[in-house]
Ligand binder design. Structure first.
Ligand SMILES: C[S@@+](CC[C@H](N)C(=O)[O-])C[C@H]1O[C@@H](n2cnc3c(N)ncnc32)[C@H](O)[C@@H]1O
Length: 246
């Protein structure tokens, strides 16, 4: 497997955590009334586990399956899970890519945060089919759509900075369109001690663009429907079974 996070794994948890200051409460609000007795929960592309821990906190009886193919990020995820006895009992970490993982037959919730752009249109088609088949009748999917949704260049911008001890860690990102429906994100991660740059890593990955309208159309084909969540700037939505027409 090509691990697009191999170079950046050391940086991801500390630099994505600040984004979870807003995403965490929004995810909590979207899932807190899920009935975990309907089936386990899957966290698709769980990364270092920022979302997994939110799910675990707000659904304390739920069984969670966290799917994370990147070995570096999975190490951070497993460390978070194993550090907490309650999480260790009820979180299973799977190392496969989502569509290759052996998943529970019935699901009360699927969460896909900051990940949907990693999947191509044919892969998304398979994902919606799989979720439509396995979601419990009252089950739901929570995901976010990240801008841009059109193939435009994004200038290099520092997205996150965190101080740890005497060092400052910084992540910046720029994007270039690579087709009608894809971008390549170019990420740069830097470590400073004082004013000295002591480490610099680069990573890049393809991101499949997805508008809300396109997502609605794809979901309708699988008999699923989408609803926006507030605040709108987080791009979060809830997906449920479409109401059957009489
Ligand atoms: C930007 S990170 C987001 C991590 C986490 N969901 C969060 O928001 O903190 C995207 C994650 O998706 C994972 N990923 C990429 N392709 C995947 C696939 N085919 N199946 C499952 N996860 C995948 C990556 O390894 C990475 O951990």
């Amino acid at each position: 497997m090509n691990d697009e996070y191999a170079e950046s794994a050391e940086y991801i948890d500390i630099l994505i955590s600040p984004f979870w200051n807003d995403l965490g409460p929004a995810l909590a609000a979207a899932i807190k009334d899920v009935d975990p007795s309907d089936g386990p929960i899957i966290d698709i592309g769980a990364g270092s586990g920022c979302g997994t821990t939110v799910i675990a906190r707000y659904l304390p009886k739920a069984e969670i399956v966290a799917v994370e193919p990147s070995p570096g990020l999975r190490s951070a995820l497993l460390a978070k899970v194993s550090a907490d006895a309650a999480l260790r009992r009820r979180v299973t970490v799977l190392p496969e890519r989502f569509l290759e993982a052996d998943l529970p037959d019935r699901l009360s919730l699927a969460v896909a945060m900051n990940v949907i752009g990693h999947f191509s249109p044919p892969e998304r088609h398979r994902i919606w089919g799989l979720l439509a088949e396995r979601l419990a009748p009252n089950g739901r999917v929570v995901l976010n759509l990240q801008p841009p949704s059109e193939p435009i260049a994004v200038p290099d911008t520092v997205s996150s900075t965190v101080d740890v001890g005497r060092r400052r860690y910084e992540g910046s990102a720029r994007a270039e369109p690579t087709g009608d429906r894809t971008l390549t994100w170019y990420m740069t991660y830097r470590t400073y001690q004082g004013h000295d740059l002591v480490d610099e890593r680069r990573a890049s990955y393809t991101w499949h663009l997805l508008t809300e309208r396109q997502l609605r159309d794809e979901l309708a084909q699988a008999n699923l429907q989408l609803r926006h969540l507030e605040p709108a700037d987080l791009g979060m939505c809830v997906i449920t079974r479409a109401k059957t027409q009489r």
